[in-house]
Design a protein around this ligand. Structure first.
Ligand SMILES: [Zn+2]
Length: 305
């Protein structure tokens, strides 16, 4: 097998059965037989039976590669907990018990983790992605009702005994997360008291944020809300760059696109942000904080409550 993991194979016509039979049928002294004898062939592709017959050495090499990949995946998961605040807060012993049920996943912008009203199949612990919780009303567009990054969990309602999502969970900033099946999560939640404590604490924080967001929407001007939202998103993705379109921003702010363009333009002319091809970059964080309404709270201050 080549160093990059590609399989070297020869193709044989119909009527071949088994490796020995195929090898006997190869032309004596031909290039295929020479390649087999030199150990350059990993498998025989049997056209007739739509079958791939692997040489024993290639089978062993594949097994070793698969074991290595699995060990690497476990190692990645082991190094990630500090990157998710809920997992990082668990005693190391408890985290290690969860480890075999956690799987690192890469999430792209727009991926839907849960649809409102559907069964929660997985719980996600974001590492460096940000997920929007969107709620719709009959006949109306959806509105953002929460933002979750490395400080929290997606699918936390399972901890409250509810296995159906009340909101659409959509990836707003691409990145990685650790994922656990709902069945494994329910087992872990029952037996791990520190996990229960952290999830109740996170749920309480989300409730407080939802109340604050409702008050913010009703009371504060769009420019202040926008500054607040940009800071919150940047905190959760741990990046000064936010990838989104102004249509999307108008949707999460629940205003018309022209209003968002006007407010973003105002922040841009004061050199607080730059906007370019679907990317908003925070240039002056301290300045943006002075524009934001008082609803903005850094993540560290939330976890201290
Ligand atoms: Zn506000």
């Amino acid at each position: 097998m080549s160093s990059d993991g590609h399989l070297a194979a020869i193709r044989v016509g119909p009527g071949s059965a088994g490796l020995r039979s195929v090898l006997r049928r190869l032309p004596r002294g031909g290039p295929e037989q020479r390649a087999v004898e030199a150990g350059e062939v990993d498998a025989v592709i049997d056209y007739g039976n739509a079958n791939v017959i692997m040489f024993p050495a290639a089978r062993r090499a594949l097994r070793v590669a698969a074991n290595r990949a699995s060990a690497a995946s476990r190692k990645v998961a082991l190094e990630m907990p500090a990157a998710n605040a809920v997992l990082a807060a668990l005693p190391r012993r408890d985290y290690r018990r969860l480890l075999s049920d956690l799987e690192p996943v890469t999430l792209a912008f727009g991926d839907v983790l849960h649809e409102a009203g559907t069964l929660i199949r997985h719980v996600y612990f974001p590492v460096d992605c940000v997920v929007c919780l969107l709620t719709g009303t009959a006949g109306q567009r959806t509105v953002e009702t929460g933002l979750v990054g490395y400080e929290g969990v997606i699918g936390v309602s399972l901890a409250l005994g509810v296995d159906v999502s009340s909101a659409r969970a959509e990836v707003q900033s691409a990145g990685t997360a650790l994922r656990m099946s709902a069945a494994h999560f329910n087992n872990a939640f029952r037996r791990c008291l520190p996990l229960q404590r952290e999830l109740y604490r996170f749920t309480n924080t989300k409730l407080a944020q939802a109340r604050q967001a409702a008050a913010c929407f009703a009371s504060h001007p769009l420019e202040q809300r926008l500054a607040c939202w940009l800071l919150m998103t940047s905190d959760r993705s741990r990046s000064q760059e936010i990838f989104l379109t102004q249509e999307y921003l108008a949707s999460v702010m629940n205003v018309r696109r022209e209003s968002v363009t006007f407010s973003a333009g105002s922040l841009r002319t004061r050199n607080l942000i730059s906007c370019h091809r679907g990317t908003i970059r925070i240039l002056d964080r301290a300045g943006l904080e002075t524009v934001s309404c008082s609803c903005y709270q850094p993540i560290e201050s939330l976890s201290a409550k």
